[in-house]
Design a protein around this ligand. Sequence first.
Ligand code: DMJ
Length: 467
Amino acid sequence: MRTRRGAFLAGAGAAVATPLAAAAHPIGGYRRTPVPLEIAQAVRAEFVHAWNGYKLIAWGRDEVKPVSGTTNDFFVDGRTFGLSIVEALDTLYVMGFDDELARCVRWIGDHLELDVDADVQMFEWVIRIVGGLLAGYAATGERMLLERARDAADRVLPCFVKSPTGAPYRYANLRTGAVREPAMNLAEIGSNILEFGELTRLTGDPKYMRASKRAYEAVIAKRSGLNLLATYFDVEKGAFSKNVDVAPNPPVDSFYEYLWGAWAMFGDAQCRDWYRMLTDAILKHQADRTTVRGRLWFRQVDYQTGAPAGTRQVELAAFYAELLAKGGDREAGSDYYDSWTSVSDRYEIIPEVFDYASGAVSAPSNELRPEYANAAFDLWFLTRDEKYRDTAYRHFLAMREHCRVANGYTIVDDVRPRPMKLGDLFPAYSFAENFKYLYLMFAEPRRFDAANYYLSTEGKVLRGLRR
Ligand code: DMJ
């Protein structure tokens, strides 16, 4: 019997089995570089492979563990919010899987329960659930998705409203609005202005954008005389709790990304000016071009004195190459991207944490991270330099060679041995990010406006979808 799922699988299988798939693979007769549309089709086929694994094993659950054939609850043990479904909406749209998209929208309408007596981490909730629903709304025009996005945002708004400083608490109870955990970091404080700003734009209610701006103000007011910020912030005391500044590494990364985003999406000049001031300070005090000759890295410093405090790099910082370029520092962006390419060339899959001075890898795993592809994606559309598509293609081939398993793709526990030591999870963000970046770079589909787009830190297309 051919079920709906069967039909979709058959389509995917056909795509995988074409001569293209063999031609595109370096092992097994690769002779020529495929043209962009061939690569786009291969990426699309791999997305389908991962999506089918999720549907087969975990449909309706947050995440699939493709190796063990089990599932993962992302926010709350024993509770699902269908996270992978919410995260995949706009990817399904740009790739043209309209029946699948309709099925996901139906699932959200019928099964997504937000009135739950449980605490969720506000940052993850906003970039994944609120952002996913907003991107789904942009893709479909389905009013229910916007209403759900608003409801989801309202349930974590107490994190901001109940804070004496305006910088948000870390957790909120979805049903009661009780908040907890004043010890925060910059990424979690700032990475909401795109989703909240979009809600304000769509609903006309200023409270969302206002909450995000107050949060930024509370932190930026505490910058040092060097215009540097530290990393950890107590939202009740309104003060940094340690002196170390790890920018652009986590847990700071998207704090800066969203300042530029608020300018690019909403024309907020204050955010643009903050971005410029803080980025100038990062480039002045943290950029390190001498420890590894010919490479740009960013060192950790004491935010008050600028004294060096470490040379640790986290894979999540790779996105910063595109942010630098978008913000006007194109040479630094290109150089930083090249630094990450050197790591990618060495390991094929970039390890999570290493020290750029010693070369020592301190965390050899990779959580199917999208940041390098994210950088390639934005840099490609900004510069049209083929360097970015060439390296992104190599990244895709490495991912396919090392992370592909029978029921999709999985994280890697250790990228150093061959074969790599695999883990057992397909993170939901990979439905929103990895394949989408690669597909859009090579397909440039009519549904995506490459001249006027903006994506959130979770890869949600908040602007640039054509219906
Ligand atoms: C994603 O959830 C988002 O990109 C977030 O900002 C940090 N990185 C993860 C994926 O690595």
